[in-house]
Write a protein that binds this ligand. Structure first.
Ligand SMILES: NC(=O)c1ccc[n+]([C@@H]2O[C@H](COP(=O)([O-])OP(=O)(O)OC[C@H]3O[C@@H](n4cnc5c(N)ncnc54)[C@H](O)[C@@H]3O)[C@@H](O)[C@H]2O)c1
Length: 453
């Protein structure tokens, strides 16, 4: 089949490359000419495991191409996927300007029947807005051309996006016209060989399903972080509590890891946008508001521990920082907890030596000109001359460090672990102080009381 994908970001590129991989002819359209240039050379502008190879392979096979020309895009595919960003507006609602600008381009260039598929995460009612925008543009042109608008939210996880797309848990389709749902079924058939995974529903329920999924996952994280903060105060170990509750199949082990808060391009903005949607409908989504505020507080927990440990005297101190990306296996730093920590450390007059296996380029772009932050090439280099170590992203390579080396490199032998990577008793054997999240006496009460584990 012939497909056009508007937006060559994390979602658009993965969608385009995976559809091309199973034999479709895919044209990706993006307004960013530099990005399109790089893609044409077969270079992925983002880090996503396996994506580079998939792009190169499918360009070579003639099934994947890139353009900045929207007219060429509208002309190319029966399916017109919209996979552009929906960033938060000032009031937290989803900013639909990119989605509607694609809708306008489609209306301006439509000459034959097309199925417009909204893959971006969009509030309930957006498909109607997309439809209205295309219709209005057609009226302005004085033409009448048939088209359908379908909702098909994306559930891929950055860092495992190719696998998620190739072997999806489910494919949600919101279609008011059964004929378009049938066509999408054919399109997705290669990804659902061993069992049917497509769940077809009305458009509005489909739009809400995506927000509901992200809000539920964010709620699990904030719940555990709330409990972790309580565990610290009552002298319990949240990791033991996690095992104790995860063993209940109604709760399960997935997504109940305490930490230094969730980030990324989805959870923060989607929880906010859903709460905003609720208030636009005169409904106060109290749980969602709490999930968001617990998370905002949690993103400051590591800084507060560090600050208390050094008695509020961080000026002139250097922190070694392991991890910048909002989670492992991605270079995405949107709303990453590392940014909250770095910003607070800079404001307190500290210096930072930061290492991340793939997010360095992105971090250098964000912190361009910030003299207090230095990005280094290895986890060992981040320790050199540092007063303490903070861990923000749970990359595999941080899971089993040489604690002798860590101890010998740090001026003060102390680790602040925002991801609970280590066994506290084991770390203690090396003469290191260890403050994690929600583990026994992880409340730092000034240097004198720094007796965690
Ligand atoms: N990143 C994820 O893990 C993820 C997962 C599921 C859903 N989503 C949702 O998918 C959507 C896209 O997210 P992303 O992370 O891929 O965004 P992104 O910011 O990485 O990419 C968006 C791309 O769209 C391009 N663009 C903007 N306006 C355009 C236009 N008019 N025509 C063509 N291209 C245009 C931008 O240049 C950019 O390359 C969002 O709604 C997001 O919430 C993201």
């Amino acid at each position: 089949m012939r497909l056009t994908i508007f937006g060559s970001g994390y979602v658009g590129l993965v969608t385009g490359a995976c559809f091309a991989e199973v034999g479709n002819t895919v044209l990706c359209v993006d307004v960013d000419a530099r990005k399109v240039e790089r893609l044409r050379r077969g270079e992925s502008p983002i880090y996503e495991p396996g994506l580079d190879e998939l792009i190169k392979k499918n360009i070579a096979a003639g099934r994947l191409s890139f353009t900045t020309d929207a007219a060429e895009g509208v002309n190319h595919g029966l399916f017109q996927f919209i996979a552009v960003g929906t960033p938060p507006d000032e009031d937290g609602s989803a900013d639909l300007r990119y989605v509607l600008s694609v809708a306008e381009s489609i209306g301006q260039n439509l000459s034959d029947y097309r199925i417009v598929v909204t893959k971006s995460t969009v509030p309930v009612g957006t498909a109607d807005k997309v439809k209205a925008k295309i219709e209005q543009t057609l009226v302005d042109r004085g033409v009448q051309i048939e088209f359908d608008v379908v909702s098909n939210p994306e559930f891929l996880k950055e860092g495992a996006a190719i696998n998620d797309f190739m072997k999806p848990d489910r494919i949600v389709v919101g279609a008011d016209n059964p004929r378009t749902a049938e066509l999408l079924k054919v399109l997705y058939d290669p990804f659902t060989r061993n069992r049917e995974r497509m769940i077809v529903m009305d458009v509005r329920s489909s739009e809400l399903t995506k927000y509901a999924a992200n809000a539920m996952l964010a709620t699990k994280i904030s719940f555990m972080n709330e409990l972790a903060n309580l565990a610290e105060r009552v002298g319990a170990d949240i990791e033991k509590v996690r095992l104790g509750i995860g063993s209940d199949p109604r709760i399960g082990y997935h997504f109940i890891y305490p930490g230094c808060g969730y980030g990324g391009s989805c959870f923060p903005k989607d929880v906010r946008a859903l709460a905003r949607s609720a208030s636009e409908h005169s409904f106060s989504a109290e749980l969602l508001e709490a999930v968001e505020s617990v998370n905002l507080r949690q993103k400051s927990v590591l800084f507060e521990k560090i600050n208390r440990y050094f008695n509020g005297e961080l000026a002139g101190k250097t922190l070694g920082l392991w991890g910048l990306a909002f989670k492992p296996n991605t270079d995405d730093m949107r709303e990453a907890p590392s940014r909250t920590l770095i910003d607070a450390l800079i404001a307190a007059g500290a210096r930072i030596r930061a290492y991340d296996p793939v997010a360095r380029e992105e971090a250098e772009r964000i912190y361009e000109g910030a003299e207090a932050v230095q990005f280094v090439e290895s986890s060992a280099e981040a320790l050199r001359g540092a007063d303490a170590l903070a861990i923000v992203t749970e990359w595999q390579e941080f899971r089993s460090p040489d604690f002798e080396v860590v101890k010998s490199q740090l001026r003060t032998p102390v680790i602040f672990d925002g991801r609970n990577l280590y066994d506290p008793q084991f770390v203690k054997r090396f003469g290191l102080k260890y403050y994690a999240i929600g583990r026994g006496d992880s409340v730092v009460d000034g240097a004198q009381r720094a007796n965690a584990f």
